[in-house]
Design a protein around this ligand. Structure first.
Ligand code: JHZ
Ligand code: SAH
Ligand code: ZN
Length: 408
């Protein structure tokens, strides 16, 4: 299970720069009376000295994370729904204009993107091992296979449907340690002129915002333009475009083609140059990130303990996967945060992993409002603060911890 210091991408040696200790699975929300012991693993992150890829030191078996009861539902945010409608529209007007185009989405979840493709009557296939979410996609008219994407899956799809013009993954590629199998699959399945497009949290944003809560079991890799370009070259592909995205606290959409198929956009060199200038993939930068993590932990726990002493009520907002790292690394239990409200029916009535904060529906937020709300879903701050405007009007205050601990 663990691979002490061996790069999962290039087999170089990985030097650890931060150890969060034993952590539970970020999306393992528990029934309050579940007698089974919780699963823990060592959450530590390091950088490959050969290819610079930042990655976890220990890999969790994929079936433990992604299964029938996987609780994350992509359609839970209005902003994200609009984002993925935009992605579909763009593919429909650019890459999918040939005679009988075909798009494969890996990690399609509840069909948030493919629903628009299905409505447009374009051939598509979602690959989604988390059965409950795949069922939701199917109910929207999306074609979906309940399997993990890897080389063998790609060969099955090729046999049944032929080659794909687009292979797309959002918040999924960084979840897959076995990149060699993925690239072989993509290579077999993609048309000669096709694009392999993926969007994932950007290490540059994690460093800039000290958003250490992006580090958890499901996020195995933390990409940069440099590490992605090296990965592409290794498997016969070229990085031809990079687009910064505001989603999930700062991501980049990478476009890869077979080597030589398209001329790279100048944006690629520009981003590589910026990464060089800022020393993004340098060990000193990552050690600075590590120091920032400890500072935020101390400030946040200090604030929450102070509020408890003053008898203030604090509630969490958004039972995110990210918050598993925050609560468990900082030691934030029900004594500091009464409960967490969340719109996902898959999480309500359960306890958050490790820290065991009860998850309640959003109606619990206003009944009555707490004094403070700790915004675990800080990446959805605009959407949530707009929807919960009445909380501040009633004198409530938001606590944020990215990029620094502050009260609004
Ligand atoms: P959100 C998950 O991360 C896990 P999480 C995964 N590893 C990943 O990479 C990203 O998703 C894509 C709730 N909510 O998006 C819904 C409200 O209650 O930050 C969600 O449970 N009210 C695949 O879990 C959570 O907050 C709202 O108004 O960190 C948000 O989770 C909104 C907008 C959300 O991803
Ligand atoms: N694309 C959606 C979902 C992201 S959640 C979005 O951006 O919101 C990540 C998804 O990847 C989960 O639904 C999980 O089941 C899926 N996944 C994980 N490993 C996978 C693999 N090897 N092949 C296909 N899907 C995978
Ligand atoms: Zn490497």
């Amino acid at each position: 299970m663990s691979h002490p210091g061996v790069c999962r991408m290039c087999a170089g040696s990985v030097r650890e720069f931060f150890d969060f200790g034993r952590q539970p699975l970020s999306d393992a929300f528990r029934e309050p009376d579940d007698p089974r012991a919780e699963f823990f693993y060592r959450l530590a992150v390091g950088r490959c000295e050969t290819c610079t890829m930042v990655q976890l030191l220990e890999e969790v078996p994929r079936e433990r994370m992604f299964h029938q009861d996987y609780p994350y539902l992509s359609s839970g945010s209005t902003v994200m729904r609009a984002h993925f409608e935009g992605v579909a529209e763009r593919f429909l007007s650019t890459e999918l204009t040939g005679p009988d185009p075909f798009i494969v989405e890996v990690g399609c979840n509840d069909g948030v993107m493919l629903e628009s493709i299905a409505k447009a009557g374009v051939r598509h296939l979602g690959v989604e091992p988390s059965g409950g979410t795949a069922d939701l996609a199917a109910a929207k008219g999306v074609q979906v296979r309940k399997v993990f994407f890897e080389e063998a899956t790609a060969l099955d799809i090729l046999r049944d449907h032929g080659r794909a013009d687009v292979i797309y993954m959002a918040n999924t590629f960084c979840h897959i340690p076995y990149v060699e199998s993925v690239f072989r699959g993509v290579s077999a399945l993609l048309t000669d002129g096709g694009v392999f497009v993926f969007e994932d949290p950007y290490l540059g944003d994690i460093v800039e915002r000290v958003s250490f809560d992006q580090i958890y079991d499901e996020h195995f890799y933390y990409f940069t333009a440099l590490s992605v370009r090296r990965m592409a070259h290794r498997f016969g592909f070229e990085l031809v475009d990079v687009e910064p995205l505001p989603t999930h606290g700062g991501e980049i959409r990478y476009t890869l083609t077979r080597a030589g198929a398209r001329t790279p956009s100048p944006a690629v060199d520009r981003l590589l140059e910026r990464e060089r200038e800022t020393g993004l993939a340098e060990p000193e930068t990552l050690l600075r990130l590590a120091a920032g993590v400890e500072r935020i932990r101390d400030e946040l726990t200090g604030l929450l303990r102070g509020l408890r002493e003053q008898g203030k009520r604090v509630v969490g907002y958004g039972a995110t996967a990210k918050s598993a790292t925050v609560t468990n690394y900082c030691g934030i239990g029900p004594d500091l945060v009464e409960f967490v409200c969340d719109t996902s029916p898959t999480k309500q009535g359960r306890l958050t992993p490790g820290a065991h904060l009860p998850v309640r529906p959003p109606e619990a937020f206003a009944a009555p409002y707490p004094d403070y709300a700790l915004l675990f879903a800080w990446n959805h701050a605009d959407e949530i603060m707009a929807k919960e405007r009445a909380f501040r009007e009633a004198g409530g205050k938001w606590i944020l911890y990215v990029p620094e601990v502050r009260v609004l």
